[in-house]
Design a protein around this ligand. Structure first.
Ligand code: NIG
Ligand code: FE
Length: 425
């Protein structure tokens, strides 16, 4: 298949250049090229610039050419925090929350994560793969070209491994790239009720070493939260995971200011996520330690919790990423337009900061900033063509998906004009 592609005459091509997270003020300073163009050969970007510059970069005989006149071109989006492999749904819980029941109260009475755990344990590998494939297709339609996915809906050995295997299969067969995370410490399963330390022993002795040996996950995550896993338990898990070669990420300070951000800084985590309640010291710790602060505003919106202090974090020098947290409970949404709207309107990010947060910094949050997250020579040819002439239309066209075409490693994989998901030009 022809893997050589030229995108030319873009009204504005926004590069998000960088090979590491952009922090503080740098998040806003984006390069926008008028009459922009991109040359992709064998899946890799080989030239970026104005159309004249890129057309002069070499012969174009065997290239497919997309004319992007009147459109903006941006890097493929990186959704760096999702739980997209699961069985069952929890629409009833959403209704209970509307009646005033809290997320943690539902969890305390055996619903919440436990309910998805029960459903996922009953779901076989083929079904998980099929469900995952459909969800990845939907993400692609929102311009997402790289996604992180977590286990954490099995808790027992077999189901956790099955979730990770489903992601490995999908990573091979679906154009979207998947970065897998082991989240066995997502909740204490019923069979270990009130025995959190014993469950942690089980993870450390049984599942974590197998996941490491079989290289089923690149990251290890923990729900560090009051009534779930304490800071001490989280430290124990993550220290061991680090020694086994995992990169670290945490669900930190989501409901209570427990000190998850501080722990992320102490352990040199790649990312700390949620952070709705992160303390001033925690925020400074993340900035100083270069831990990406991954914010998930659709979850705050859906749970009617206060938003994370995104503006403050950036002003204090943090690198902020944005992700959906797509999952069947706290956030059953993979909507990039909703994410952009909330980040700008409710967390005070500029459209440029929000774009950095969903591209380069999203990539950095899953340690992929050397490969994806920006449009520059040497990176993967992952790009999104928008139906409007500037990336600023993303938050401005409130809640509307303006993605017209998606290119993954030089292949056109989604085209609104041709009915959506396609397999190549
Ligand atoms: O990131 N907070 C913990 N985990 C998920 C929710 C999982 C669920 O409700 O099923 C989150 O919000
Ligand atoms: Fe999450």
């Amino acid at each position: 298949m022809n893997m050589n592609l030229l995108i030319i005459h873009a009204a504005a091509l926004t590069t998000s250049r960088g090979s590491a997270a952009r922090a503080g003020r740098d998040m806003d300073a984006l390069e926008v090229i008028p009459d922009g163009a991109l040359r992709i050969e064998e899946g890799t970007i080989t030239a970026v610039g104005t159309t004249d510059e890129v057309m002069a970069a070499g012969p174009t005989d065997d290239f497919t050419i997309i004319d992007a006149a009147g459109k903006a071109v941006v890097p493929g989006f990186v959704d760096s925090h999702t739980h997209f492999i699961f069985g069952g749904y929890r629409a009833d819980e959403f209704a209970w929350r509307l009646q005033g029941m809290s997320y943690m109260a539902i969890m305390a009475q055996g619903g919440g994560i436990a309910s998805t755990v029960a459903a996922t344990r009953r779901t076989d590998l083929g079904t998980l793969v099929e469900l995952g494939r459909r969800r990845l297709d939907a993400m692609l339609g929102f311009g997402v070209t790289t996604v992180e996915g977590k286990s954490g809906y099995g808790l027992d050995r077999d189901t956790e491994i099955r979730q990770l295997e489903a992601m490995a299969i999908l990573n091979r067969e679906h154009p979207l790239d998947i970065v897998p995370t082991y989240l066995g410490a997502h909740a204490i399963p019923g069979e270990y009720k009130a025995r959190g330390d014993a469950y942690m022993d089980f993870i450390l002795e049984t599942v974590l070493p197998e996941v490491a040996t079989r290289r089923l996950a690149e990251f290890c995550d923990v729900f560090c939260e009051d009534h779930v896993f304490s800071v001490a338990q989280s430290r124990r898990l993550l220290s061991r995971a680090k020694a086994l070669g995992f990169k670290l990420t945490l669900h930190a300070d989501e409901i209570v200011a427990l000190g998850g951000a501080e722990l992320a800084a102490e352990l040199g985590a790649v990312s700390a996520d949620h952070l709705l309640q992160a303390s001033d010291a925690g925020i400074q710790g993340l900035a100083n330690a270069g831990v990406v602060a991954t914010l998930l505003p659709i979850t705050a919106f859906g749970l009617k919790e206060p938003y994370a202090r995104g503006r403050v974090m950036i002003d204090r020098g943090c690198a902020v990423a944005l992700a959906t947290d797509f999952n069947p409970g706290s956030c059953f949404s993979n909507s990039i337009p909703l994410l952009m709207a909330l980040a700008t309107l409710h967390m005070g990010l500029t459209p440029e900061e929000a774009l950095t947060a969903i591209t380069l910094n999203g990539a950095a949050a899953i340690d992929r900033a050397d490969r994806v997250g920006s449009l520059e020579v040497g990176k993967q040819g992952d790009a999104v063509i928008l139906a409007y002439p500037s990336h600023r239309f993303m938050p401005y066209h409130l809640g509307v998906n303006i993605v017209e075409k998606v290119v993954k490693q030089g292949r056109l994989v989604f085209d609104q004009e041709r009915g959506g998901r396609i397999d190549g030009v």
